[in-house]
Design a protein around this ligand. Sequence first.
Ligand code: GLY
Ligand code: MN
Ligand code: MN
Length: 442
Amino acid sequence: MNPYLSHRRALARRLPDGLILLCAGERLARNADTDYDFRQKSDFLYLTGVEEPGCRLLIDSRRGKHTLFMPRIDNQHRVWLGHVPGPEEARRLYGVSRVAYADTLALELRKARRGYRKIYADKDSLRIYRQSIRGLKAAPTEASDALSELRACKNPGELSLIRRASMITGGAHLAVMRSLRPGQYEYEAQAVFEAHCRAAGLKHLAFPTIAAGGVNAAVLHYHGNDARLRAGDLLLLDAGAECRGYAADITRTMPVSGRFASRQRDIYSIVLETQKACIERARPGVVSADLHIFSMTRIAEGLKSLHLLRGDTTGLVENGAVRLFYPHGLSHMMGLDVHDVAGGRKRRMRNPYKITIRFVAKLEPGFVVTVEPGIYFIGALLEDPENLRKHKTSVDFARARKYLDFGGVRIEDDILIRAHGPALNLTDVPKEIKDVEAACRR
Ligand code: GLY
Ligand code: MN
Ligand code: MN
């Protein structure tokens, strides 16, 4: 069965008592008459597979009709933009019952609404078709809640797309390791990564590439990518491509001159051991927030062994001292969005801890999540007077300041939670010190 048809049927089963109406994304002007590269809205992609803007989807569950509405294309459009699937081709391609032109939807809604009291629609549809659906009870959050619920656990078709994105992204990371050399610019590493993905047929990145050398690795979402890589620096590459909308999100930290220096090795080993221990513990029923706390405990112990932190480990986690070195989450869901939905309202959990943790969910078979601990030396945190005062007994700030030229280390893999046994690691890129060094050595 067409996978998108099965997604739509699953949604219709959850929302059987109303019409379902969703709008695709629209092109966005970048400047003058040039648009940003178009990327479909993830919910629309999940339900239709349509990568074109301007479409609409109407699901009439009672009559078992799924209609895709497409913009009316004139010959002039074909002259400039080439082939666009006609109604019959689109019907077969997307497995819908019928294809119609988008400019007929307002009128069609007046017929389709007969027998319904309710409409499940996204915000754009409610705004655009306000007149045609007047009198129906609008339920704007139920559709997105049901879609979050469906999208959280990945089915075999979705997993094969994630695996393809991961495999190509992994190959691209390896290509960067192999071509890395002192004197290169960060954007050259970025170019090697992105060229590999494009040459493998992937059109979109899942997010802007972070190619951060030396101190730039301490900027969590660094996008400058324009500094020179020096011998002795580490390069942190956090990058991923998407395959038919499904993301990969991989980070590797690699030595520019092919060998980790002793201080780099110490920090890298703490992050690596933490990451592997977290992957080992990622099983159904485990709460992601507990795994995050566990990762902070491991990082705190490692930093204690380097005399950067001192005191009781639990206290260092609870008082936030470890967050001066590890100020982000361990994990997030991954799928059609790189930071993907984590299930609907019923699945959502309260954060059991006082500290801020964004991703709080009980892991389930079919979840694809990242595992990405890190250690960074960030001036904005280590020189902040408030932190100096608050954490003076927990942090050896004088020692930590000596690392301000270090940057940071993050290691990120994408894993699939399975019903039985350990999670399946979808990421195949060297991460052991000897393997990273071997890949970087010329
Ligand atoms: N690349 C963004 C993240 O790791 O979440
Ligand atoms: Mn990530
Ligand atoms: Mn990432």
